[in-house]
Design a protein around this ligand. Structure first.
Ligand SMILES: Cc1cc2nc3c(=O)[nH]c(=O)nc-3n(C[C@H](O)[C@H](O)[C@H](O)COP(=O)(O)OP(=O)(O)OC[C@H]3O[C@@H](n4cnc5c(N)ncnc54)[C@H](O)[C@@H]3O)c2cc1C
Length: 149
């Protein structure tokens, strides 16, 4: 937490996908349990701070047939579970990068599954429709030297 508070450890929140925006129950990124790990496959887009993040909170499904009932958040640390990130060009909001994240057979430790119980309701789900929940990512990025003209 101290590292995160000082801006020396950057996080990002990865929910949106190329085909999934407001309706988060359609998330397709798959986390398949294999022993003590999950194998994660999928793409996230519009992710604030993705290219500079040390870790990503990723919403993924463990069972697509269950819809929102089969989903969980995972804390994916980049040095432990490498994933690819590419920056997306945008016209404004240049104080932080916006990115596409790719998870290709990304091996994520089982203990990083943050919500083993089904995420069916509660503040995270209802807050999705209430505005820029990605905004908290922005202050940390202000510490970073801008690479944008
Ligand atoms: C600068 C920026 C930063 C972002 N950062 C992040 C991030 O860090 N992490 C992340 O996961 N995502 C991020 N996003 C993605 C953002 O959360 C999504 O754009 C958002 O969830 C909406 O999805 P969408 O763009 O696919 O729009 P859509 O879901 O296609 O919605 C389009 C329009 O239709 C409306 N709409 C949708 N469904 C309904 C409905 N049922 N009834 C009435 N109206 C409806 C919406 O309000 C919207 O106006 C970011 C986006 C931007 C622009």
């Amino acid at each position: 937490m101290p590292l995160a508070a000082s801006g020396d450890y950057i996080g990002c929140l990865a929910i949106t996908e190329p085909d999934v925006g407001s309706d988060v129950s359609g998330v397709k990124t798959l986390a398949a349990l294999s022993g003590q790990h999950y194998i994660m496959n999928g793409t996230k887009t519009w992710i604030s701070n993705g290219t500079i993040a040390d870790a990503a909170f990723v919403l993924a499904t463990m069972d697509k047939t269950l819809g929102a009932l089969g989903m969980s958040f995972f804390l994916v640390e980049r040095n432990q579970s490498p994933f690819e990130a590419r920056e997306l060009h945008k016209l404004g909001l240049r104080c932080f990068p916006t990115s596409e994240l790719s998870f290709s057979d990304c091996k994520v430790p089982r203990r990083t599954c943050l919500t083993p119980a089904p995420v069916t309701s509660g503040p995270w789900l209802s807050s999705m429709s209430r505005g820029p929940w990605w905004a908290p990512c922005a202050p940390a990025s202000l510490k970073q030297p801008s690479t944008h003209p």
